[in-house]
Design a protein around this ligand. Structure first.
Ligand code: SAH
Length: 376
């Protein structure tokens, strides 16, 4: 983070509208100061309090003395041949996370991180091998959008945000909710609720809580049609098995505007990509309003997995499609700069000693062993 002038300064990027209104009321000000400030910060991109002309002079002086606008700092920028950007962002305490921007014809999607590393141990994800350091603050989460949009400038607008970078967003609930509130707030970024997506590995109690508190869109990392296989690929399944996960999904889509869940399904050669797996998925999801997003596996050093063949992916897709499941295959973007799903690594001062444990375990089971537990 850029050092604030006053180390005790209150970082104003850390408040959503409700939090900011409470902050101003605490100063004896009217709550509408919150909407004024949000507009300056996120719409006008003004960082100098002196220029915030509709805010009274004494309040501007107070903000100048006691507050900061402190965002993460881009320390490395890479641009892929397809126009995808990957930024390494410096957080305080030496940690770094990665943020990716994917330009497309009619939209620009920012993929942001919610934690430094990840406490979960999905066996096909490189972030998992980094271990875990800490949750990102609200300012560090919305700050990734703030910094990216300022870097891209007016010519390239960020229209979509997906919480699909490093970390499990629902294990950092309060900070993530405050940050997505800012993204969807008409006085801040004003992104549509359908264009801000939280991706979860399936933290079931937090999914119910989210349904009560926030209208954001939801993607769920499914990756397997049976508990037996999902227990190995997404170990949190051992705590919240498929029957509980799908009940939470059905509940989530009850209230508008969330008409469906997007299920993510990584295509792993010989592990979860057989026609029998596709048929089991159809059965499993028959009563959940959903779309399927197949993700070709993106390799990383030391992984024991490989990506399904194009033919296997096409066959899988067509079985789902024939059963009426809307199914897309995610285009891999930014692969020449390791910016694809599951390849984000940042710089994690691991507190969980995960990588050491993984090494001691010989990096878990072999792919051969996994093949035998697949429902194929
Ligand atoms: N913790 C959240 C966000 C993680 S990343 C979650 O689990 O949903 C977003 C997506 O990328 C998830 O679906 C994740 O399973 C997937 N992913 C992880 N590693 C991958 C890899 N190596 N190749 C392709 N997709 C991967």
């Amino acid at each position: 983070m850029t050092a604030p002038v006053n180390p005790e300064a209150i970082n104003l990027l850390g408040f959503d509208r409700k939090g900011l209104a409470a902050f101003f009321v605490g100063l004896g000000e009217k709550p509408f100061r919150a909407t004024q400030l949000l507009k300056w910060l996120y719409q006008e991109e003004v960082t100098d309090f002196a220029l915030m002309s509709n805010i009274s002079k004494p309040l501007r002086a107070y903000l100048q003395e006691h507050c900061s606008i402190s965002a993460p700092e881009i320390v490395v920028e890479q641009k892929a041949t397809d126009g995808t950007f990957k930024w390494v962002m410096q957080m305080h305490c030496g940690n770094r996370v990665e943020t990716v921007f994917i330009p497309e014809e009619n939209r620009g999607t920012l993929c942001i991180s919610s934690q430094v590393g990840c406490a979960l141990a999905c066996s096909f994800c490189s972030t998992a091998q980094q271990g875990f350091n800490r949750n990102l603050s609200t300012a560090e989460i919305v700050g990734q959008l703030y910094v990216a949009q300022r870097r891209l400038g007016k010519a390239q607008r960020i229209t979509n945000v997906v919480m699909m970078g490093m970390g499990e967003p629902l294990l950092n609930f309060d900070n993530v909710v405050a940050a997505v509130n800012l993204m969807m707030d008409d006085f801040a970024y004003g992104l549509s609720k359908r264009r801000v997506t939280i991706s979860t590995s399936g933290v079931v109690p937090a999914m119910y809580k989210l349904a009560q508190e926030c209208d954001v869109s939801m993607a769920v990392s499914l990756h397997a049609p049976t508990d037996e296989l999902r227990d190995q690929l997404v170990p949190i399944n051992q705590k919240y098995p498929l029957v509980e996960l799908l009940a939470a999904c059905r509940e989530y889509v009850q209230s508008a505007p969330r008409r469906f869940i997007t299920f993510e399904y990584v295509m792993l050669d010989g592990v979860n990509d057989s026609p029998a797996d596709a048929r089991a998925l159809i059965k499993l999801l028959h009563d959940v309003p959903c779309k399927m997003n197949l993700i070709p596996f993106n390799p990383f050093p030391n992984t024991r997995y490989s990506c399904s063949s194009a033919a296997a992916i096409e066959r899988f897709k067509s079985i789902l499609h024939k059963a009426g499941l809307v199914t897309t295959v995610r285009k891999t973007r930014g692969d020449d700069i390791d910016a694809a799903c599951g390849q984000l690594v940042g710089q994690v001062k691991d507190k969980s000693r995960r990588h050491i444990r993984l090494q001691q375990m010989g990096l878990l089971e072999t792919q051969e062993a996994l093949k035998h537990t697949s429902s194929a």
